[in-house]
Design a protein around this ligand. Structure first.
Ligand code: DGJ
Length: 727
């Protein structure tokens, strides 16, 4: 058991392979956070807390005049608002009398075998035996409100999860004004905050900032986790790098509005918090009702960022992703979006499919524009019935022809949205998210569909399951193409409007769960205008997510680099597209585009009619490469070798047995009379002998990792090289 309980049920030491997380309920029943870091024994680390009288840091009544005891200074597990901890808080409750205060104190605990579940929310799962759960009960001092703190311990994986459930056990209504999922208080040390920021078509670019007294905060109020900020952050020692230093990851398993922040307090202690964004959020809890805050996946690495990433890759691949494709090879797909946009008919699609099948491509994905009145993005969303005139027949017929070619058939859907110019909107204007009496903000000329409503979800389930069944759909690209605003639901009372954003996400999760239960072999690819909803929560439903609408191989180096800090390569949707690239106008070679797309689920997104015979030969070679390397890239350990921004960018995969490694290097600049390119491997077994594919030399792993190799020729700009080591 990885959960050790001491001091008569007041000291909780959570042990993972390399780390320890500890909490202690002190004599006043404040649940102190006493330690998180490199592995220790089970001594009570409350002894690290040094209490002094800090001016203007008040004392709770039980301190009985002891001015050194202040909630404003103590490291805590569930800091709550309005009672004397002036730092950022986890929970804020509005009581029936209008007061805003909460003071949760330890009241008991329970230890269970296996992972906990969260109703309606994604969470890490296991087979019932691979992890342990600790549930701590916290009671609010002056009201009948209980908070349950859930801790999941995945010992081998160095992962600890945290979630919170708040229950109103009283007879009066309360309103949760904020309910964040996790708090990490670091008593000592200086930390940097690494966030992953960006924009549409340029997502998840790392930004590293020293945490000081000025609050660092990122988040989303867009209704999706967003292109702009990813719900996964790292607090690391200021000196930490890829291979050294303490690193703490916080990764939220949630796809909607979120907040992550970090700040140093007046005594130099650092507090990091994560959870649902409290902005435009409130949740009414009537007597007996409860609220579940989503799971934060915490992981600690004592050896820098690479190890932290490996821990996240493994836990997400093995305990978050599910379904038939969790660990298996995904079909190589061809998607018609960048080939045709809205301008296609059935013949054009079949023509692409025919040529693709000949080249070894395994699935045709029919993107936007196949349904209702949808020849542009101004209309049609919600009308999920095929446009037979455009396709020259039914969807089942088209799918049948594609299946007859030996290919799978995939379909684009955007079920969470509605166009005003659609039959669905004309029938059910009340199903759109908009505020009565207020002209809504339109984005891509569409509105959000109110998935908080059961009738809307039932309608979508019936319509979509009929469609998937009739057309024998093997794969769905589930897209979302706007941020949410004008938030309102016609199905809820005014007192519940602060819940709508969260209920939209719960509704989306419920619909996905129903569909995946009905179609267990369906491969779902998440998408939100590319990577606008690339988060651990979506991975519970979709084992792969379209990483970005930007398919430029060179920009992808940056996007896929940032994505790699938390998310496994098996989750990254990546395609070879045409040049000049549609987003940047850049020209890169077919080979380089293929090498970059290999660090992902792999596929094509171009018009095969415009591809030369020579390039078709390259497609065949790339298909063969995909089959050769896919188990390595999909399940192997990923190493960041050289970050983008310099002369070249490089990454490497190593298999579990450390018998095979593949390094990809892409030159991103060129100079006359260039310096040689020298590179070293990572992750090899120092004792094993490896042959290198580029120079045929055999050396020990130690030599390849320490001395490395020099390329005989400096590659030209945007050229790429694959380097393989095999025992
Ligand atoms: C946004 C996606 O990211 C694209 O790949 C494409 O599917 C379009 N939507 C279609 O509208």
């Amino acid at each position: 058991m990885a959960i050790l309980v001491g001091e008569e049920g007041r000291l909780f030491t959570l042990q993972t392979a390399d780390g320890t997380y500890q909490m202690y309920a002190d004599e006043k029943n404040v649940l102190l956070h006493t330690y998180y870091g490199k592995k220790i024994e089970t001594e009570n680390m409350a002894e690290l807390i040094c209490r002094t009288d800090v001016g203007f840091a008040g004392n709770p009544p039980e301190a009985a005049g002891d001015r050194t005891y202040s909630l404003d200074c103590l490291p805590q597990e569930l800091p709550s608002g309005g009672v004397g901890d002036y730092r950022e808080e986890c929970v804020c409750i509005k009581h029936a009398d209008g007061s805003l205060a909460a003071d949760f104190r330890f009241a008991g605990y329970e230890v269970r075998k296996g992972a906990y579940k969260l109703p309606g929310l994604p969470a890490l799962y296991d087979g019932g035996q691979e992890s342990d759960t600790l549930v701590i009960t916290m009671r609010e001092k002056a009201s009948d409100v209980t908070a349950y703190l859930y801790y999941g311990v995945f010992e081998r994986e160095n992962v600890i999860t945290r979630a919170v459930r708040v229950e109103n056990n009283g007879d009066k209504e309360i309103v949760l004004e904020r309910c964040l999922s996790a708090c990490l208080d670091f008593q000592y040390g200086s930390y940097d905050f690494i966030t992953f920021c960006g924009r549409h078509a340029m997502e998840r670019v790392p930004e590293r900032t020293a945490i000081g007294r000025t609050k660092l905060e990122i988040g989303s109020l867009r209704g999706t986790s967003s292109h702009q900020y990813n719900p996964a952050v790292i607090c690391c020692e200021a000196t930490a790098g890829e291979e050294h230093g303490d690193c703490y990851g916080l990764c939220l398993a949630y796809s909607g509005n979120f907040l992550a922040c970090a700040q140093m307090d007046q005594r130099g202690q650092t507090r990091a918090l994560m959870g649902i964004h409290p902005g435009r959020f409130s949740y009414l809890l009537k007597a007996g009702e409860s609220f579940d805050a989503p799971q934060v996946i915490l992981s600690y690495s004592d050896e820098g960022l690479t190890k932290l990433s490996h821990q996240y890759h493994r836990i997400l691949r093995n305990h978050m992703c599910r379904g038939a494709y969790q660990h298996s090879k995904r079909p190589i797909l061809i998607n018609n979006w960048e080939a045709t946009y809205f301008d296609f008919n059935g013949e054009k699609i079949l023509n692409i499919a025919r040529q693709a099948a000949e080249l070894g491509i395994e699935m045709l994905v029919l993107d936007d524009g196949w349904f209702g009145k949808r020849d542009s993005d101004y209309s049609g969303l919600g009308d999920w019935y095929v446009n037979e005139r455009k396709l020259g027949g039914s969807l089942a017929q088209l799918s049948g022809k594609i299946h007859d070619m030996g290919m799978k058939f995939g379909l684009w859907l955007e079920p969470e949205m509605i166009s005003e110019d659609s039959d669905l909107y004309r029938r059910h204007p009340e199903w759109a998210v908009r505020i009565p009496g207020r002209e809504p903000n339109r984005s891509r000329s569409q509105l959000v569909l109110d998935l908080s409503r059961g009738d809307v979800r039932d309608y979508l389930f019936e319509t979509l399951s009929g469609l998937l069944r009739e057309a024998s759909v093997d794969y769905v690209k589930w897209d979302v193409n706007r941020s949410t605003c004008d938030v309102y639901s016609n199905a809820l009372g005014r007192e519940r409007m602060g819940e709508v954003s969260h209920r939209l996400i719960l509704g989306m999760y419920e619909l996905l769960e129903r569909l995946l239960t009905a179609f267990p072999n369906l491969l779902l690819e998440g998408c939100s205008g590319g990577g606008g909803r690339f988060d651990a929560g979506m991975l519970y439903y979709a084992p792969q997510i379209w990483c970005s609408d930007n398919t430029d191989a060179v920009n992808r180096l940056q996007i896929q680099y940032g994505t790699s800090f938390f998310y496994p390569v098996s989750a990254v949707g990546s395609h070879v597209s045409a040049v000049p690239n549609h987003q940047t106008g850049r020209i890169t070679s077919f080979a380089t585009r293929g090498h970059v797309a290999l660090a992902g689920s792999f596929g094509y997104e171009l018009d095969l009619n415009k591809v030369t015979e020579e390039e078709k030969e390259l497609v065949k070679q790339q298909v063969a490469q995909f089959h050769k390397y896919n188990s390595l890239t999909r399940e192997g350990d990923y190493y960041r070798i050289q970050a983008p921004g310099g002369r070249f960018s490089a990454w490497e995969f190593v298999d579990e047995a450390k018998e095979h490694a593949l390094l990809t290097l892409v030159m991103t600049s060129a100079e006359g009379n260039p310096f040689p390119v020298h590179i070293a491997a990572k992750g090899l077994d120092p004792e094993k002998q490896y042959r290198c594919s580029v120079n045929g030399q055999v050396h020990s792993g130690r030599t390849w990792m320490n001395a490395g190799l020099t390329l005989a020729r400096v590659p030209g700009e945007y050229e790429s090289v694959l380097i393989e080591w095999e025992v």
